[in-house]
Write a protein that binds this ligand. Structure first.
Ligand SMILES: NC(=O)c1ccc[n+]([C@@H]2O[C@H](COP(=O)([O-])OP(=O)(O)OC[C@H]3O[C@@H](n4cnc5c(N)ncnc54)[C@H](OP(=O)(O)O)[C@@H]3O)[C@@H](O)[C@H]2O)c1
Length: 342
């Protein structure tokens, strides 16, 4: 980078660790389309897979993730690996001096998340967790409506994210890779609950249906409450269900309902249903590409870290605090859970 006063803002050079479905389908197109980022290298355990992805996105193909971390043309690494590999590869990337955008959940245990956030803060690097939906403008509209009193005082959230079974060899059925419905799917409504109800939520109960053959949970539910206000959240998640991806926020004078709440395609116009005693309105919100928005937010965080703001980041700052709180909620669900063996 130019150290003078006329420093130009260069696109953040991204290296992708693994030709994951989410990388090829959503994130690489977003990195390539964004003016803030440029994919420079794609790594895979298989050189053939890396070559095919690199050709599509006009960047270098790399065999092995270690080789990716050694590249000087990579400023930040995107990690879309199975959950159990997030922590070790995030740590290696941070130690190699790279900023990291890790897929959700950042790790499987809050202690690992805390350790990695500390490491990133010590090194002045950005460590972000890739929940896309929090960047969707629909949530700004929801927050504005709630703050304007559209549903009165907020009382409760009910949310579900459930999907049909995946192919038998899916990483979500692998206990050794930290698969399971809580870590893959339940994390979304948990993140949603903090987003809509704030940071004071505590887990008050949970049930997990545990597949004893594969050693992973296939679904479950959790009850959370804010000890100060009594506002509560009932969350359902799973991967042996009909597809649902919606929530309802209930207030003293009405409610808000949103479907396709977590992974709407870029062109989708969310329909926010506002129910009040005087009638029901279906407000059609603008389409928003949440992957592009997440990429822009990550690039902006790196830019700010480059200006020294990274030193102030850490557990007390906004994003890192939210990442740690989310990991603590996931741990708390696991600890509270009544395990039903099937
Ligand atoms: N933010 C979102 O909207 C979103 C959506 C879906 C998934 N995700 C998250 O993204 C991550 C990947 O999910 P996915 O569905 O894209 O998974 P996937 O298609 O199975 O990809 C995982 C990748 O990890 C690499 N890998 C390394 N070691 C592996 C091993 N032992 N077994 C299998 N793969 C291994 C493979 O890349 P190479 O073979 O190329 O090395 C593979 O392509 C998960 O953490 C998931 O929770 C996020």
């Amino acid at each position: 980078m130019n150290a003078g006063h006329t420093e130009t803002v260069r696109a953040l050079r991204i290296g992708v660790a693994g030709c994951a479905d989410i990388a090829l389908r959503r994130m690489l197109p977003a990195f390539a389309a964004s003016p803030h980022t440029e994919p420079t290298a794609v790594a895979s355990r298989s050189s053939e897979k890396a070559r095919a992805a690199a050709e599509t996105f006009g960047c270098a193909a790399v065999e092995g993730y270690d080789a990716l971390l050694e590249r000087p043309d990579v400023d930040a690494v995107y990690i879309p690996l199975p959950v159990a590999l997030h922590a070790p590869w995030t740590e290696r990337a941070l130690r190699a001096g790279k900023h990291v955008l890790a897929e959700k959940p950042l790790t499987a245990r809050a202690a690992d998340t805390a350790r990695l956030l500390d490491l990133a803060r010590e090194r002045g690097l950005v460590l972000a967790e890739n929940y896309l939906f929090v960047h969707h403008s629909a949530y700004t509209a929801v927050r504005d409506l709630v703050e304007a009193g559209a549903i009165g005082g907020v009382r409760a959230l009910s949310a579900s994210f459930t999907i049909p079974p995946r192919p038998a060899d899916d990483i979500r059925y692998r206990a050794d890779l930290d698969g399971g419905a809580l870590l893959d799917i339940g994390v979304y409504p948990l993140r949603l609950a903090s987003l809509l109800l704030g940071s004071e939520l505590r887990v008050r109960g949970a049930v997990l249906r545990h597949d004893t053959v594969r050693g992973v949970d296939l679904g479950g539910s959790a009850l959370l409450g804010d000890p100060g206000t009594g506002v509560s959240a009932q969350l359902v998640f799973g991967m042996e269900h009909a597809y649902t991806a919606g929530w309802r926020l209930l207030g003293s004078e009405g409610s808000l309902t949103l479907d396709r709440a977590y992974s709407p395609p870029a062109g989708h116009r969310p329909v926010l249903r506002i129910e009040r005693p005087d009638g029901t309105e279906e407000r059609i919100l603008p389409a928003h590409d949440q992957a592009t928005a997440a990429v822009a937010a990550f690039a902006e965080a790196v830019r700010r870290a480059g200006q020294g703001a990274g030193q102030d980041k850490g557990r007390s700052s906004g994003d890192a605090a939210a990442v740690l709180r989310q990991a603590e909620l996931v741990d708390a669900v696991r600890q509270a859970a009544h395990l039903v063996k099937i």
